[in-house]
Design a protein around this ligand. Structure first.
Ligand code: DAK
Length: 259
């Protein structure tokens, strides 16, 4: 994959997407959003990948949507820019394989929203989170008013959005916005460790679990249980289910085949 504002690397079963506009602290302009959209489509079609890591180059994860570009947009262009962001983030969220946000620095506005579109977030001690939009006279527009409340509850979501205050990694951990905080030097290693761990489990089972959780979160509990029942049943049609259970009975670890 050839891009100018993002980088994609692949090692074994693990892919890594790095937002790479370090001079602008990786702010999301139209080009980044277009390239992200195309990369996510290609990743979704890649049968070898089992996990995707999303991170930022340099001292920032993503410092938000590009304020310079946004400041010149007409109403119609603004609408198009918004649609672009919303659809890319929805694509990230709906990617078949799990996604981990490795939050290495600023995750503000659209950056926090991108991190929230991933399945979970591991932050370095230097990470900073926030939805500063109301301070710019706009509302969060890439899913922030919706995903933040689902992750941390309405109280903290309203607190963060109304005050436009940034919070450090330890506070983000305390409210459940991130799942782990590690030192700057350890971030890549820890995220890679988690990615390898996920990749070593039954890949179809992991993907079906993601589908069950994401679909179930949007429907009532009776419908959600039906989704789980269906996908649980489906996992028994795989060779990996046989491999996994056989390995357990033989006191080993299965070499899952993604079949
Ligand atoms: N956009 C563009 N450039 C940015 C940027 C951003 N969000 N953030 C930083 N930069 C640029 C700076 O302008 C500066 O560029 P030069 O002046 O060197 O050319 C360079 O990155 C380094 O930044 P600083 O010099 O400011 O570095 P500091 O360490 O002093 O400060 C900072 C770092 C992250 C605290 C600060 O840069 C900052 O406050 N940045 C803005 C953070 C922010 O407010 N982000 C939220 C953006 S609003 C929509 C849907 C969604 C959205 C919009 C529309 N629709 C539905 C239409 C989303 C909105 C947002 O995300």
């Amino acid at each position: 994959m050839e891009f100018e504002t993002i980088k994609f690397t692949k090692e074994g079963f693990v892919g890594k997407l790095t937002i790479s506009r370090p001079k602008a602290l990786n702010a999301l302009n139209s080009q980044v959003l277009d390239e992200l959209s195309s990369a996510i489509d290609q990743i979704n079609d890649d049968k070898d990948l089992r996990v995707l890591i999303i991170t930022g180059e340099g001292r920032s994860f993503v410092a938000g949507a590009d304020i310079r570009e946004m400041s010149t947009l007409s109403a119609l262009e603004g609408k198009e820019f918004g649609n672009k962001g919303l659809s890319v983030f929805r694509k990230v969220e709906s990617l078949k394989i799990p996604t981990i946000a490795a939050v290495n620095g600023f995750a503000l506005g659209g950056g926090c929203e991108l991190a929230m579109s991933c399945d979970f977030r591991i932050a370095s001690e230097k990470a900073l989170f926030g939805q500063p939009e109301t301070g710019l006279g706009i509302t969060p527009g890439f899913g922030g008013t919706q995903r933040l409340q689902r992750l941390v509850g309405q109280g903290y979501a309203k607190y963060l959005i109304y005050t436009a205050e940034n919070i450090k990694a330890d506070k983000a951990l305390q409210i459940g916005l991130v799942q782990e905080v590690v030192s700057v030097d350890e971030l890549d290693k820890r995220v890679d460790e988690l990615a390898q761990k996920i990749a070593s489990n039954g890949p179809i089972a992991v993907r079906l679990s993601k589908e069950a959780i994401n679909t179930g979160a949007q429907v009532d509990i009776d419908s959600a249980i039906k989704v789980e029942e269906y996908l649980f049943g489906l996992s028994f049609s795989t060779e990996d289910q046989k491999l996994g259970m056989k390995a357990f009975l033989e006191k080993g670890k299965a070499d899952f085949q993604n079949k």
